[in-house]
Design a protein around this ligand. Structure first.
Ligand SMILES: Nc1nc2c(ncn2[C@@H]2O[C@H](COP(=O)(O)OP(=O)(O)OP(=O)(O)O)[C@@H](O)[C@H]2O)c(=O)[nH]1
Ligand SMILES: [Zn+2]
Length: 306
């Protein structure tokens, strides 16, 4: 039977099958992504084929269907190993805030570059709108403009007051959506406000995440009653930029990608080359300086964290 992985604990997988029932399944055999060693072969969002064991309601997964996309992160303690966080997403929402704890533009740009690399359309949700007055609203509009100008939809919402949440709900309908955001931006509050029956824990306490324990965190997939799925990534602070070679990075900044053919040298790094169309666009304010700075920061391997 064909099914969708909706939960994974590493050894057991919950499969939502074509008959509408959820089955607990194990894996048989090896599932490998070419060239990447993974600590978990299958993740939420994966489409699989499974068979029930004789006289049992438990199943064995024996086939993994090709993925449309997937996100992985490096395991810090096991070099070269990666963990697949989720697969087959239609879109990724990054919940951010310009209130406290403020999301840095560098963090946003890193996320967007990663989403580009994984071929997942990204949307920015600016939360805590209720805390802004005139001046703050102007800053918010400036920030949103940076991203809307390069084609990323932006929504300003308040999880607390419910502002603009129907719009966000509409975007979730019939789609598989990944929710990300660093601790304290109100991601759990937002999910609870959108889907009150889910009762995800919220609070100011952020669990002390020891980087060595990455392998114990799994994404959670929730079925939406109005159609679609929401994938929450608790404890995952950022998607990480997995093995993007510096010379590829320009491809993952949309506005840089659009201009790179106009640089004098076809191997231009857009760092200090003469005749660089990207640097010229930054000078002319056609490319936002903050975006270019993020490009340079990632290019030079600067691991700035929000
Ligand atoms: N003013 C205001 N506060 C909010 C809003 N959304 C969330 N908060 C507050 O922000 C804090 C963090 O909210 P959470 O929903 O726990 O944030 P989170 O992003 O899930 O963070 P973790 O639980 O650490 O992953 C809480 O004190 C919330 O009450 C909002 O729209 N407006
Ligand atoms: Zn250039």
């Amino acid at each position: 039977m064909r099914g969708l992985i909706i939960k994974s604990t590493g050894s057991w997988y919950q499969v939502h099958a074509a008959d509408g029932v959820n089955y607990d399944c194990r894996i048989k055999g090896k599932f490998r992504i070419q060239g990447i060693q993974t600590t978990n072969p299958i993740a939420v969002g994966d489409e699989v084929e499974f068979e029930l064991e004789p006289n049992s309601d438990k199943g064995i997964i024996d086939k993994l269907y090709e993925r449309k996309n997937y996100i992985i992160r490096k395991s810090i303690n096991l070099s070269k190993q990666a963990q697949i966080i989720a697969a087959n997403m239609d879109q990724a929402f990054l919940v951010v805030t310009l209130a406290s704890p403020r999301t840095s533009l560098g963090f946003i740009d890193r996320f967007l570059a990663t989403a580009e690399a994984y071929c997942i359309p990204a949307v920015l949700i600016f939360n805590k709108l209720d805390l802004f007055h005139e001046e703050g609203l102007a800053v918010l509009a400036d920030y949103a403009a940076i991203y809307e100008n390069i084609g990323y939809p932006c929504y300003a919402v308040s999880a607390l007051k419910g502002t603009s949440l129907p719009l966000v709900k509409e975007l979730l309908k019939d789609k598989t959506t990944l929710f990300s955001g660093h601790s304290g931006v109100g991601k759990s509050s937002l999910i609870n406000a959108l889907l009150p029956w889910m009762e995800i824990k919220t609070g100011d306490v952020s669990e002390a995440t020891d980087k060595g324990q990455h392998t114990t965190t799994f994404a959670e997939m929730h079925t939406l009653p109005f159609g679609g799925y929401l994938i929450d990534t608790p404890g995952i602070r950022e998607l990480g930029i997995f093995d993007i070679r510096p010379e590829e990075l320009g491809h993952y900044f949309r506005e840089i990608r659009d201009l790179m053919n106009e640089c004098r040298f076809n191997n231009c790094r857009h760092v200090n080359e003469p005749g660089c169309a990207v640097m010229k666009a930054v000078e002319n304010d056609d490319i936002a300086l903050s975006r270019y700075e993020s490009y340079l920061s990632i290019y030079h391997g600067n691991e700035t964290r929000a």
